[in-house]
Design a protein around this ligand. Sequence first.
Ligand SMILES: [Fe+2]
Length: 260
Amino acid sequence: MDPALVDRTITHLAGVDDASLPVRPMTIPGITGSLEARILSTDMRGSSSRLLRLRSGWGSEASGAFTAAVELFVFKGALQVGDCALETGDYLHVPQNRVVGGLRATEDGAALLMSSGPVRYDQFFAGRPADLEPSRPSGQDWVPVPEMPGRFMKRLGRGAVGDVWLGGAHQWDHGDGGWHSHPHHEECFVIDGEITLREQPYDADEPLTAGPGTYFFRPAGTPHSGPGSRCEDTALTFHRAFGDLHTDWDVVAADEPGDT
Ligand SMILES: [Fe+2]
């Protein structure tokens, strides 16, 4: 299934392998040159999450404003946005209709680009400058998740639509622990390592094993991380909620396989 063709707000995307997705040239009007992009998910109304290959030199010297809220998570390479030098692991929210002093990929790399609507870079926008505050997880400690020993998080702050954080797993064995869900949509991208997850309703006997480049979009209320979920070594994941991060623990999932 091509996630570019379904509405993520009603379609649970589980274990999408980025390498399986078509590469689409992406041009942001107002910025010269195109990027290789893979559409990870969309609501079919212009809001989307994409995986971008950054090529050193891409960008614009001119200042301008994005016509939609833009969030960037750089997981490889480096990107300069106004005064902010984004390095690997950094996250930045660029508000809609706020002027930034240019942008430039300063190294080859890769980033997630999450936008609230169709994006243009308007070099003639006369508005207030953006107040840019990148989040740097490298300076933060991991906070354990008490309900799931072996799972950790680092908050990256509040993005355009909700909370954003990094997830960590280290020798996590959920065993026969329960399912949980969130009251808002959540997306998740595996950056490094390997994690095994059970997701409803993709609840086959075989859980999903997710490595780098694997993507999930869970519509609000989707039970996940069910029994059998685990991480033998370590895994690093990027998460973005469409509202406050709140977790409903031990939700009742649909019938377990083999229950009937
Ligand atoms: Fe979760």
